[in-house]
Design a protein around this ligand. Sequence first.
Ligand SMILES: CC(C)(COP(=O)(O)OP(=O)(O)OC[C@H]1O[C@@H](n2cnc3c(N)ncnc32)[C@H](O)[C@@H]1OP(=O)(O)O)[C@@H](O)C(=O)NCCC(=O)NCCS
Length: 197
Amino acid sequence: MIHPLTPIYTPRLVLRCWKASDAPLLKAALDSSLDHLRPWMPWANQEPSTIPTLEARLAGFAEDFRQGRDFIYGIFNRDETEVLGGTGLHLRNGPQDIEIGYWLRASATGQGLVSESTSALTTVAFATWPLETVTIVCDPENRRSAAVPARLGYACQGTFPVKSGQPDRDLDLIWRTSRAAWAARSPLNATRTVVAR
Ligand SMILES: CC(C)(COP(=O)(O)OP(=O)(O)OC[C@H]1O[C@@H](n2cnc3c(N)ncnc32)[C@H](O)[C@@H]1OP(=O)(O)O)[C@@H](O)C(=O)NCCC(=O)NCCS
């Protein structure tokens, strides 16, 4: 069992709970990526935010994390001098399933970084909770996002009407992997996803 507050180290990344003091690094990532994020992340239309606004938001994420309500992680480079993006484990589908979301700053795309973070987070999710499945939901038009679960071997479930909270689109493209399917991946692949510090 891995405590979700434990930072996750992958070959190129640290995934950890945000701190309010990360606000300047987050602002640099967001403000340099607005055109890239806005078509797919509705919250990006509210940016840019001030540092105090981001500090308050990150303190809220950290409190949610501590209380076990929602697990929103920053994606950092290994020396934690740069925010590369954000990801999360969201408990919105009942006790048997968890949903992973993600974004990268524009300059961090095209290097396999979100595939690396999502692989690690999937492994950690199954190690942390007695889940049956891990799910990724994206806009059917967001080909780069859909390529991430496809690359990791998630199974495409098809396209469904959006449940709620996504006023920007009508349809969700849903990807899912089961505990058994994830465990059946090559052990070499599995050990590459989460590494010692
Ligand atoms: C969705 C998003 C995170 C995907 O980013 P990405 O860089 O395409 O994804 P990855 O980090 O996994 O990188 C994959 C790319 O790196 C390349 N790559 C290079 N080295 C790699 C490696 N070691 N492993 C895997 N891929 C690698 C792949 O070929 C691929 O490039 P391609 O698309 O040109 O074929 C990014 O486009 C984004 O932030 N979009 C805006 C926010 C968003 O849409 N979020 C999702 C909402 S559902």
